[in-house]
Design a protein around this ligand. Structure first.
Ligand SMILES: CC(=O)SCCNC(=O)CCNC(=O)[C@H](O)C(C)(C)COP(=O)(O)OP(=O)(O)OC[C@H]1O[C@@H](n2cnc3c(N)ncnc32)[C@H](O)[C@@H]1OP(=O)(O)O
Ligand SMILES: O=CC(=O)O
Ligand SMILES: [Mg+2]
Length: 349
């Protein structure tokens, strides 16, 4: 382990100093774009104003013979659009550390558009050693190409070993932005018996005890509850952000919304959107409910210094509920700053 005073030192001469605190940004959805697809890429300038993050995906879902086209497409789309002008994040998902493409991904992208890139998403992270490797390499590339803003790292939690090491991954570097659950790769890595990309499974359920001949009630359970909870704790304990990942059944908006909402309530900041139909779902879910915001604002107002105990509508409020209320009010303010419609509904000063 590094000594605390060395943790924030740049890892290469000439590389920018790491952030001490993460930039505060609204990231309700990380929208995946296949950069080798000319038609979709052409829509990016228009898309950029409608999502919080545009991610050019170079990894899974890009065929092996299109990896180079995807990398070139990403550079072209990064150069063609001023993402910062609309407050939209620009991310890329690079190929895995053991793949033949990773070096060209990073070498090309940092050289060509390193100053425009906010976050590199790293797939199949197994432990802190993977983050240390990327951290060092990014610092060298930032220094070589004169990048002045540190490029952040986002890990996908999608292997059994990664889940076992989740705390160490979250605390591996000041470059860590956050983590996303990768339910498809994780299911494979764990030997789970499902072919779905996220969401539930009709056979994963609990059943009521028998009561004579009466039909036994049963209910589907959330396959991802344990992992999301573990990921949220690891992330929040280290001051970084947790995200739900992909939901693959584009035809089932209700199930996508339920999965996103569970993640939101558990502490996640956002989710991936793979298809335009999922963007509205993410916007709906990852902004607090107006009635909840109104009640939270009353709590904050009733306890101006955040201490003591008061009653509101028959419910006890104290220092702890004040902190809960602050989470909701702060998020609502962040959303309101970007979304005039919700700003009008929230009516926060
Ligand atoms: C497990 C994991 O790793 S998940 C992450 C990896 N997967 C991905 O990144 C997938 C990203 N999504 C995609 O590539 C596409 O949505 C696909 C290939 C899955 C499906 O695309 P299509 O067959 O074109 O879907 P569909 O016909 O419903 O699309 C409707 C429209 O939305 C467009 N569209 C589809 N996906 C996207 C997207 N991610 N961003 C922007 N536009 C999109 C289509 O081009 C189409 O446009 P059109 O009406 O002008 O023809
Ligand atoms: O990369 C995402 C996943 O679910 O796998
Ligand atoms: Mg994956």
């Amino acid at each position: 382990m590094k000594l605390p005073r060395r943790f924030f030192q740049p890892l290469a001469t000439g590389a920018p100093a790491p952030f001490r605190e993460l930039p505060v940004r609204l990231e309700r959805m990380i929208h995946f774009v296949p950069p080798h697809n000319d038609k979709v890429r052409a829509r990016v300038p228009e898309l950029a104003g409608t999502v919080d993050v545009v991610l050019g995906n170079l990894e899974d879902a890009v065929p092996a013979d299109q990896k180079e086209a995807a990398r070139k497409g990403f550079v072209a789309m990064a150069q063609a659009t001023d993402f910062a002008a609309t407050g939209t994040g620009l991310w890329t998902r690079i190929n895995a550390l053991n793949s033949p493409w990773i070096l060209d991904d990073l070498f090309t992208i940092v050289a060509e558009v390193g100053d425009k890139l906010d976050v590199v998403m790293v797939p199949k992270v197994e432990g802190p050693w993977d983050i240390h490797y990327i951290d060092q390499l990014l610092a060298q590339l930032e220094a070589r190409h004169g990048v002045t803003k540190p490029i952040l790292v986002h890990a996908i939690l999608e292997t059994a070993e990664g889940v076992a090491n989740v705390d160490a991954i979250a605390s591996a570097s000041p470059r860590m932005h956050g983590m996303s659950l990768g339910p498809a790769d994780l299911a494979a890595s764990r030997g789970m018996k499902t072919t779905r990309v996220g969401g539930g499974h009709p056979d994963y359920r609990v059943i009521a005890d028998p009561a004579g001949d009466a039909p036994r009630a049963s209910a589907q359970q959330d396959l991802w509850h344990y992992t999301i909870a573990k990921m949220v704790d690891a992330c929040m304990a280290n001051g970084i952000k947790a995200f739900y990942g992909p939901f693959g059944d584009f035809s089932d908006g209700a199930a996508c919304e339920a999965q996103f909402r569970n993640a939101f309530l558990m502490g996640c900041a956002g989710a991936w959107t793979l298809h335009p139909s999922q963007v509205a779902i993410a916007k709906r879910v990852f902004a607090p409910d107006p009635a909840e915001v109104a009640f939270a604002a009353r709590i904050v107002e009733a306890m101006p210094d955040g201490t003591g105990a008061v009653m509101l509508d028959g419910k006890m409020q104290d220092d702890a509920t004040w902190k809960q209320a602050k989470v909701i009010v702060d998020l609502a303010k962040l959303v309101a700053a970007k979304d005039p419609e919700l700003a009008a509904v929230y009516k926060l000063g």
